[in-house]
Design a protein around this ligand. Structure first.
Ligand code: HEC
Ligand code: HEC
Length: 145
């Protein structure tokens, strides 16, 4: 007995983007695959709470195929590359030696937590919701004269 296989129609053809070989990788392995590269990029974006255009040349709302991902025109991309080196350095030179744990590591998220500006101060305690207003004082009967 044969089982009918539902054929999902192919998604509307999107022009390809982020297709290897990548042209301008200086920290990631030059032969990294597309899926792994994009996993890294989504991790960057989510860790900082930003979109691709924070680091890459392109217009928000336009297809990603129109973006120039290889360009280094945006300073944030260059800073991100240095941040990758910073994290690699901490992870290879310092954390395993200090902790004795070979897998101890920091990532973008360890510091950034969804923000471009990692917090250095402990946030103030969350204020309790203001108490409901006290019932108005009962009217006192006073003689008027
Ligand atoms: C916080 C900055 C940042 C964000 C956000 C970011 N990227 Fe990147 N992206 C980089 C850096 C840095 C490189 C280069 C890495 C290197 O030199 O090894 C890069 C490289 C790339 C490349 C390779 C380009 C080439 O040919 O060399 C592609 C494709 C790419 N990013 C796609 C994306 C997409 C898609 C998004 C959004 C989901 C995104 N990036 C979000 C920083 C970022
Ligand atoms: C050890 C902590 C730490 C790690 C890990 C880290 N960052 Fe940062 N990052 C910082 C600090 C601190 C700043 C300076 C923020 C400020 O201007 O107040 C910063 C700034 C940045 C900026 C510039 C933000 C701006 O507003 O100009 C980018 C982009 C960035 N980081 C990307 C990354 C990426 C991508 C990663 C992961 C590869 C990463 N960072 C990992 C601590 C870290």
């Amino acid at each position: 007995m044969s089982v009918a296989v539902a054929q999902t129609p192919p998604p509307a053809a999107q022009p390809p983007f982020a297709v290897p070989p990548f042209k301008n990788l200086k920290v990631l392995p030059k032969d990294i695959g597309r899926a792994e590269l994009l996993t890294n990029m989504k991790f960057f974006a989510q860790s900082l709470g930003v979109r691709c255009t924070y680091c890459h040349v392109g217009t928000e709302g336009q297809p990603l195929s129109t973006f120039d991902f290889a360009s280094d025109a945006k300073d944030h991309k260059k800073i991100a590359r240095d941040m990758m080196r910073l994290a690699q350095h901490i992870n290879t030179e310092h954390l395993p030696a200090i902790t004795g744990l070979p897998d101890a590591k920091v990532t973008c998220f360890t510091c950034h937590r969804g923000s471009t500006k990692p917090a250095t101060e402990i946030p103030p305690p969350v204020q309790a919701a203001p108490a409901a207003p006290a019932a108005p004082p009962a009217k006192t009967e006073r003689g008027t004269g």
